[in-house]
Ligand binder design. Structure first.
Ligand code: GDP
Ligand code: MG
Length: 327
């Protein structure tokens, strides 16, 4: 790949900041494809980020996350605000046009200039998925979207990762699914700022609300923010506005208490850590392919050197310090 054309990137960056959908889509594609233009683009966008309200929506497949987001978009648009959605599916190798269900459910908004919806798949690389998601969110943030939803499937590691990149986490549960206990076990409970009991038209709703309440009492999370439980029914549009009000109330809480700032710093720290880890691993793997590494390994195999000695020696080399000063 020839040298990256800075001027062209600045041009795309400016178009993204003006909220041009095509430019936003292009930027996210660079991220997904690890295009050489990705890093300079993110660099150019960075000063323009940090303004959007980032909401994570998590819960089991079929809980109604996409349906809820779709309905929330209506209300947010009526307030004149713009919305981005990143739908993350770790089980899908496909990107862009994937998650047909979400596409179908949200196509109502496809022609709306104030709504941008994008799906992200794993392409077999889960670590890359959370990085890609975070960067995609940053592009949407720079594009000036007021609210950005990050929807994930399931309650695995990728959900935990995603909780570390948003301001507010909404957990969607449904009656009769046995969700509450599972979620409690997986430690997701602690990360949720808000519980949505969706499909409240179905039996078992009150039971689930009660269970969540009891689990909340158990975890003793009643200090400065007790996660509210909102019962919703998407079809009738019931309590969608109440859900939005609770989300805004949490945002207000984050601002008022300084918790939002604390989270932002924590998220950035995690991000820098992840980038350093990734970079170190790739440097390490490059050096392990050197013939010198193989030769040293022979010495360990021949019992001349311990694995520890060799590892330390190579770590020093990795950080640019050669041995031989007798240390
Ligand atoms: N009965 C009922 N069905 C719902 C409700 N909300 C969503 N659904 C249905 O649940 C299915 C899964 O919804 P979806 O939004 O794709 O769930 P996701 O996988 O969590 O994004 C769809 O068939 C929806 O129509 C609800 O409040 N009540
Ligand atoms: Mg969905």
């Amino acid at each position: 790949m020839s040298a990256v054309n800075r001027a062209a990137i600045e041009d795309w960056s400016a178009r993204i900041r003006r909220g041009e959908k095509r430019a936003v889509a292009r930027g996210i594609s660079w991220i997904e494809n690890r295009d050489p233009r990705r890093e300079p683009l993110l660099e150019s966008l960075h000063p323009h980020t940090g303004n959007a309200f980032l909401i994570g929506v998590t819960g089991a497949p079929g809980a109604g996350k996409s349906s809820l987001v779709d309905r929330l978009i209506d209300g947010i648009r009526r307030e004149g605000k713009t919305v981005g959605v990143v739908a993350v599916d770790p089980t899908s190798p496909f990107t862009g046009g994937s998650l047909l269900g979400d596409r179908v459910r949200m196509t109502r908004h496809a022609l709306d200039k104030g709504v941008f919806i994008r799906s992200m798949g794993s392409r077999g690389n889960l670590g890359g998925l959370s990085r890609g998601t975070r960067e995609a969110v940053r592009v949407l943030d720079a594009a000036g979207l007021d609210v950005i939803f990050v929807e994930t499937v399931g309650v695995g590691q990728s959900e935990i990762d995603i909780m570390h990149m948003v301001d507010t986490v909404a957990l969607v549960l449904t009656p009769g699914s046995g969700d509450a206990v599972q979620v409690f076990k997986a430690g997701i409970m602690e990360a949720a700022d808000l519980f949505v009991v969706n499909k409240a038209d179905q039996p078992g709703t009150q039971r689930l609300v009660k269970d969540i309440g009891e689990l909340l009492d158990l975890t003793g999370r009643s200090r400065s923010w007790r996660p509210p439980i909102v019962e919703t029914t998407v079809k009738e549009g019931r309590s969608i506005d109440a859900l939005w009000r609770e989300l805004l109330r949490h945002r207000h809480h984050l601002t008022e208490t300084g918790e939002g700032e604390r989270r932002h710093r924590d998220h950035l720290r995690r991000e820098v850590e992840a980038i350093m880890e990734e970079e170190l691993r790739s440097r390490l793997q490059k050096r392990m392919r050197e013939s010198r590494f193989t030769a040293d390994l022979d010495r360990v195999h021949g019992r001349e050197w311990t694995p520890h000695e060799m590892a330390r020696n190579w770590l020093d080399r990795l950080s640019g310090r050669e041995r031989g000063n007798g240390g």
